[in-house]
Write a protein that binds this ligand. Structure first.
Ligand code: FES
Length: 161
């Protein structure tokens, strides 16, 4: 039921129950209805916060497998760091390739990356500093030089190479 309709229904119910009644009981019920209306108005302009989804990320690092949860709006590199997993990085902007990984399973969003190309995605290279999970993930880390070779072979930018 929409907010206006609910308020109207409450007022009509009140007035039909206590027409022109100013007794303590009627006034208390009017006060109660006013509080419900205030709550409905507040809720309409302040919808409840939605819970951020998170996904399970498993990294194949040179030190072995590491797993942690990563929010859908969180960069994987940052989530790893918050779990005491140190990964390589230089620019943190999705440009230099230092943080490159290889996606073995799952999907990510690279909207935040400065320079990420369709050819990178086709070859399953990801930039962990700017990638955000869109499913549970399995990623091989420390793929900087492999991604540089891929970029050079594809005629794409490979900064610092
Ligand atoms: S740290 Fe430079 S691309 Fe990720």
């Amino acid at each position: 039921m929409k907010r206006g309709l609910l308020s109207c229904w409450l007022r009509n119910a009140m007035e039909s129950r206590y027409p022109r009644d100013t007794s303590v009981v009627a006034n208390r019920e009017r006060h109660h209805i006013a509080r419900i209306e205030a709550f409905i108005t507040h809720r309409a302009s302040n919808p409840p916060m939605t819970m951020e989804r998170s996904f399970r990320v498993t990294l194949e690092t040179p030190d072995g497998l590491r797993s942690f949860d990563c929010g859908e709006d969180e960069h994987i590199w940052d989530a790893a760091a918050s779990h005491q997993i140190t990964l390589p990085a230089t620019c943190h902007q999705g440009r230099c390739l230092t943080c490159a990984g290889r996606l073995l399973a799952g999907s990510v969003d690279h909207d935040d990356a400065d320079a990420y190309f369709a050819q990178d995605e086709e070859e399953d290279y990801i930039l962990l500093c700017r990638a955000m999970p869109r499913s549970d993930l399995h990623v091989r880390t420390h793929q900087e030089w492999e991604m540089r070779e891929h970029r050079i072979a594809s005629g794409l930018p490979a900064p610092y190479a």
